[in-house]
Write a protein that binds this ligand. Structure first.
Ligand SMILES: Cc1cc2nc3c(=O)[nH]c(=O)nc-3n(C[C@H](O)[C@H](O)[C@H](O)COP(=O)(O)OP(=O)(O)OC[C@H]3O[C@@H](n4cnc5c(N)ncnc54)[C@H](O)[C@@H]3O)c2cc1C
Length: 374
């Protein structure tokens, strides 16, 4: 089903207003659709606010079509920054990556070569050059090879969501924060008709977009759809520092670091994520993250751990996005993905076009929800 395909209002309920729901909702409102944005909490305060938020395709070489989608995501971010303005959410400047492990270094250099062969911009430097030219605060060996991906970026996810929601509301979208979707009603032909909300109200709608992030499997269950998802939690720590000593996002040995505004930074590490299921307390994980960060950026000695959260990545079971219509439930669409910060703007654009016109874009061919049909 698509908007205008039958004699009803064509109202769309976007369920979940993180980066994916906000991108879909804003694009729909630009197309003139009648949109209601519904979020159980405040928009942008789900995983989108607890993400490393690195916009990249260099970590997405597992499948060529997935890499291509992420490259399109990077381009869509640049276009979005041109359309809505970049201030407060869009931080280009590239991404640095180096390691202290010889095997990992060989993999890093091999991947850089592969990416360069795929037309991705890659620049090679040494530790001394990076310190001299880009990041004076880093402690790293002079001769260590450092890969710079100059087209990569980081995003302030919550502020991006605020910006998009503000624009969508200004063009007529309705916002229902603090309201959960409890049920989705379908008609005799199985198509979507209503959503029941936690405030006791029920809305007539023709289309729902499941953008519920880590809770997407539950929302899919409301239309008796099985969306299998992985459990892959990650821990993010924000530290406060009087002055942010680095200028871009980076993968340093054992720690990922990025700025998060004027006096705050975000820390993450896959190695520390692996400790979540050992029962370690978030405060202990935060201390480990801070210790690793200090060994790369000594100026962070005086930084203070501010907030830490364990969040579940919204990952469909095979690791790839689930985006588009589910033909067995007319009017039901999915926008569920890890790397949702990178992919939000491109998924938002393509899915909104599909809902409005019925046109299915080839870029999403490998990421269709039908692959999870029972
Ligand atoms: C540790 C970590 C690091 C990451 N690093 C990166 C990275 O570097 N780069 C990258 O691109 N991606 C990264 N990601 C992934 C990225 O953050 C997510 O893919 C993205 O934020 C998902 O956005 P979303 O809108 O789908 O989910 P969310 O932001 O969680 O939004 C979903 C919303 O749905 C709402 N909701 C749920 N159920 C209901 C309901 N029944 N009714 C109404 N509302 C509901 C929730 O309240 C929530 O606000 C990372 C994730 C983690 C955990």
């Amino acid at each position: 089903m698509r908007i205008g395909s039958k004699k009803r209002s064509g109202r769309v309920a976007v369920i979940g207003v993180g980066v994916l729901g906000a991108c879909v909702g804003w694009n729909l409102s630009r197309h003139g659709a009648d949109v209601v944005l519904i979020d159980a909490q405040r928009p942008g305060e789900g995983v989108t606010d607890w993400s490393f938020s690195w916009v990249n395709a260099s970590n997405k070489t597992v499948r060529r079509s997935y890499f291509d989608l992420n490259v399109a995501g990077m381009a869509a971010h640049r276009e979005l920054a041109g359309t809505i303005g970049p201030d407060s959410w869009w931080y280009p400047g590239g991404h640095l990556r180096w390691t202290d492990d010889p095997a990992a270094e060989a993999n890093l250099l091999e991947r850089a070569e592969l990416l360069a062969g795929w037309g991705y911009r890659v620049e090679m430097s040494t530790g001394a050059e990076v310190r001299g030219r880009l990041e004076p605060a880093l402690a790293m060996p002079d001769e260590v090879p450092v890969v710079l991906y100059p087209d990569e970026a980081w995003v302030h996810g919550r502020r991006l969501v605020d910006r998009l929601v503000g624009r969508a509301v200004a063009s007529g979208a309705e916002l229902r924060p603090g309201t959960a979707v409890r049920d989705i009603g379908t008609g005799g032909d199985g198509s979507v008709r209503t959503v029941a909300l936690s405030d006791g109200s029920r809305l007539d709608v023709d289309i729902v977009v499941n953008a519920a992030g880590p809770d997407a499997s539950h929302v899919a269950g409301l239309v008796a759809r099985d969306l299998p998802m992985r459990r892959e939690p990650g821990v993010i720590t924000r530290i406060d520092c009087a002055e942010v000593p680095v200028h871009r996002a980076m993968h340093a040995p054992h720690i990922e670091i990025r700025p998060d505004g004027d006096a705050s930074m975000v820390l993450h590490s896959r190695e520390i994520d692996a400790l979540i299921d050992t029962g370690a307390e978030p405060a202990e994980l935060a201390r480990l993250l801070h210790a690793s960060a200090r060994s790369v950026v000594p100026a962070l000695d005086s930084a203070r751990i501010a907030r830490t959260r364990v969040a579940n990545r919204p990952i469909p079971a095979d690791g790839f996005p689930s985006v588009g219509a589910v033909p067995s439930v007319p009017g039901y669409y999915e926008a569920v993905s890890h790397s949702g910060i990178t992919l939000g703007p491109v998924i938002g654009r393509l899915l909104a076009a599909e809902i409005v016109s019925g046109r299915r874009d080839e870029l999403l061919a490998d990421f269709r929800p039908e692959r999870f049909a029972p």
